[in-house]
Write a protein that binds this ligand. Structure first.
Ligand SMILES: C[S@@+](CC[C@H](N)C(=O)[O-])C[C@H]1O[C@@H](n2cnc3c(N)ncnc32)[C@H](O)[C@@H]1O
Length: 687
């Protein structure tokens, strides 16, 4: 576990404007934000597709040309560190947004898309399997899957959800540029409340649209009218906003009726009126023997002549009937986008883009939003990034991006996805443009060139257990003897006569967490038990809050356990980590990294927990490894990914032996191994 860096300057506060819009929704515990503390961020990993090697040395991409994006408004501290690329933050987005506001991003973001938890009352899990062809890992002759791992929990008590969303929306508005837009993805369950929040934060005029996305055709388990849609709400910060009109394709029925005619070359066309809708006396001329219409023609004589020469005018046999304009289907743009979208499918189980992350949204949905509300080079932000869909699409469309998630599994999934996208772009650019000249952007059909082929991963607030958050909560409960109560949406369980609450271990206990607790208790007037509150760290203000609260209180006293400093209770933090046996050697100009064994006690513990399982056999260590990253010249702080081995398919294994260009003599080589549960192990080697 990392502890907060010593001698860090005091974190500044950033001010957040009060919402002025009407109407206003009220809830128990509603508070404006006022000021928020902005914590520093630590860079943990960097990836650059133009310098990194894949498992096959021949795939190394030469530096390709990028779009000439203007980085002059990019925060200076990032430019000074050469961080002109994507930014991926691991942390609670409240803290990450405060960090962005304090570090040069206020008013810089052109588009925000958020797909937060929907207050669905459910845990979202991903299926975890060991790698390798069927049969690699067997337990008593059975193929083995690791089961499910909770990625994030969407269970809220009372109005905490509204306060959570309100705070994020207030901060997001401050990050938006004056011509920027925010899209909020939700479903029927909370859409009405969220719309009130948006109108309060953005003003009634700022709320522009409600898009209905038909997600599925039907669900068989419904006992009410089938809910088959999600809602995407669209707001802009000001009246002048980026709007690139998009079009739906025409539907077949419309085409049958409207474009029934074909010319000699087989081109489908329709006829359009060529007379003027308003009186235009100067356009009342006779044309090819046809008398002028009462209000005149739509075009001047010169334009009519040009259209005639191009064969764009259709002439009736009878002179008293009017000629008409020919409009070809292959030149029509389609129907301007409407607010009901039925033409975007959810990500299906076989889709290339599928990442096994729960609630992953389709790239086509994001393509539409990003193309409409941004131009190439603009900055896109998603602070509930999940599997990384928004960042992947922004990257493919030549936009800059910032992503954030509280769940380490989401950060790992997004990092792998973006590495893949950038690698493909780098290779395509290098192949198309071997001289490294600036890529021309005059081909309308081609996607814009990327602005960046690198990104860095950061952590805000230095609490990292190197294991997944939900694994940590499970471990904490086991270790502290807390009996889990899965039916209670707020408390995690009980210990003796106390109700227990585990504060997410990625942030220290804050007064806001305690306020949430107090609000919860107000709704349980019969509850008389004391409370055990477990956190990794504690803000000083939180301790003061508890002392004040406990004073003269006969029931519901709060008892705090701080894992970071409690030797006994915090013992689980020193859980048995993954071990990696590996070596680094030089063979001429080549660095050879060889992994001989990986043991993941967390995975073995999971297998041991399986009922009836008493003989686990993992003959090939590669089955437990999701990916391998190598930093060939490690600076002791940030992990620079020089090589990434991320097998694309679940049945494929990592290589285990890697060749890279040798670093200078004495350089430290860092090897990062991530197992199938998302636990990381970094070993340092010298070659
Ligand atoms: C519905 S998912 C997003 C899915 C995403 N749109 C995609 O296409 O993969 C919501 C995400 O919000 C994250 N999340 C929940 N609370 C958060 C918080 N306070 N800060 C940052 N991320 C959070 C969850 O971990 C989860 O990954």
């Amino acid at each position: 576990m990392n502890t907060p860096a010593k001698n860090t300057p005091k974190a500044p506060d950033v001010s957040i404007a009060r919402a002025k819009g009407r109407p206003m929704l009220s809830w128990v515990g509603k508070k404006p934000l006022g000021r928020v503390t902005a914590f520093p961020a630590q860079a943990v990993e960097r990836f650059n597709a133009t310098t990194h090697t894949t498992t096959h040395a021949a795939d190394t991409a030469p530096a390709p040309a990028l779009s000439a994006a203007d980085w002059s408004k990019w925060p200076q501290h990032l430019r000074e560190q050469g961080q002109e690329g994507g930014l991926l933050y691991h942390g609670d987005n409240k803290e990450v947004l405060a960090h962005l506001l304090a570090n040069g991003f206020r008013g810089q973001v052109k588009l925000i898309y958020i797909d937060p938890p929907f207050d669905s009352g459910a845990d979202y899990v991903r299926k975890v399997q060991l790698r390798g062809p069927k049969g690699t890992v067997k337990i008593d002759g059975e193929d083995y899957a690791l089961g499910e791992q909770v990625q994030y929990t969407d269970i809220w008590s009372n109005d905490n959800y509204l306060q959570f969303m309100y705070e994020r929306l207030l901060m997001l508005k401050e990050l938006l540029s004056e011509d920027g837009a925010l899209y909020l993805h939700c479903d029927w369950n909370k859409a009405h409340h969220l719309r009130c929040l948006l109108e309060e934060v953005f003003g009634v005029d700022g709320f522009r649209n409600e898009i209905i996305w038909q997600r599925v055709a039907a669900r068989s388990d419904s006992t009410t009218y089938n809910h088959i849609h999600d809602v995407v709400m669209y707001c802009t910060k000001g009246p002048d906003y980026v709007w690139n009109q998009q079009h739906h394709a025409y539907n077949e029925d419309y085409l049958e009726v409207k474009y029934a005619r074909k010319d000699a070359a087989g081109r489908r066309y329709r006829l359009d009126n060529i007379t003027s809708p308003n009186p235009r006396p100067n356009m009342t001329y006779e044309w090819m023997g046809h008398p002028p219409p009462d209000k005149g023609w739509r075009y001047s004589k010169d334009t009519m002549q040009r259209l005639h020469d191009e064969g764009r005018i259709w002439y009736p046999d009878e002179k008293q009937k009017r000629p008409q304009l020919i409009r070809y289907l292959d030149e029509a743009e389609g129907v301007p986008l409407r607010s009901i979208w039925t033409d975007i499918n959810p990500v299906n189980s076989q889709a290339d883009e599928r990442s096994e992350y729960p609630t992953q949204k389709p790239e086509t949905l994001l393509e539409r939003l990003i193309t409409t509300s941004t131009n190439p080079g603009d900055l896109v932000l998603d602070c509930f990034i999940g599997s990384g869909t928004t960042a992947a699409v922004a990257q493919k469309l030549g936009r800059r991006w910032i992503g954030c998630d509280i769940n380490k599994g989401a950060i790992q999934t997004t990092a792998k996805r973006l590495q893949g996208v950038m690698r493909e772009q780098a290779q395509a650019l290098a192949a198309a443009n071997p001289q490294g000249e600036l890529v021309a952007r005059d081909d309308d059909a081609a996607p814009p060139a990327p602005c960046q082929l690198s990104f860095s991963t950061w952590r805000v607030n230095d609490y990292d257990l190197h294991i997944q958050h939900n694994e940590a909560v499970e471990l904490a409960c086991q270790h502290l003897g807390i009996t889990r109560t899965r039916t209670d949406p707020f408390f995690d369980g009980t210990r003796g006569a106390m109700l227990a609450k585990i504060i997410p271990l990625n942030h220290p206990l804050t007064p806001l967490d305690l306020e949430a607790l107090r609000t919860e208790l107000k709704n349980r007037p019969e509850e008389e038990r004391d409370l055990l509150v477990v956190s990794l760290g504690q803000e000083h203000k939180a301790r003061e809050w508890v002392a004040h609260y406990n004073h003269n209180r006969p029931v519901n006293k709060i008892h705090l356990t701080e894992l970071r400093t409690d030797r006994k209770a915090g013992g689980f933090i020193q859980h048995e980590p993954m071990t990696v046996q590996a070596s680094a050697t030089r063979e001429g100009d080549t660095l050879v990294v060889q992994i001989d064994d990986v043991i993941s006690p967390s995975i073995i513990a999971r297998l041991d927990l399986q009922e009836g399982v008493f003989r686990v056999s993992i003959p090939d260590w590669r089955a437990v490894v999701d990916c391998v990253l190598i930093d060939a010249h490690h600076n002791g702080e940030v992990f620079n990914v020089a090589l990434a081995d991320v097998p694309a398919r679940k049945q494929d294994l990592v290589a285990g032996r890697y060749e890279l260009p040798a670093p200078p003599a004495g350089a430290e080589v860092a090897l990062k191994v991530i197992d199938m549960l998302g636990e990381e192990c970094v070993v340092r080697l010298t070659a």
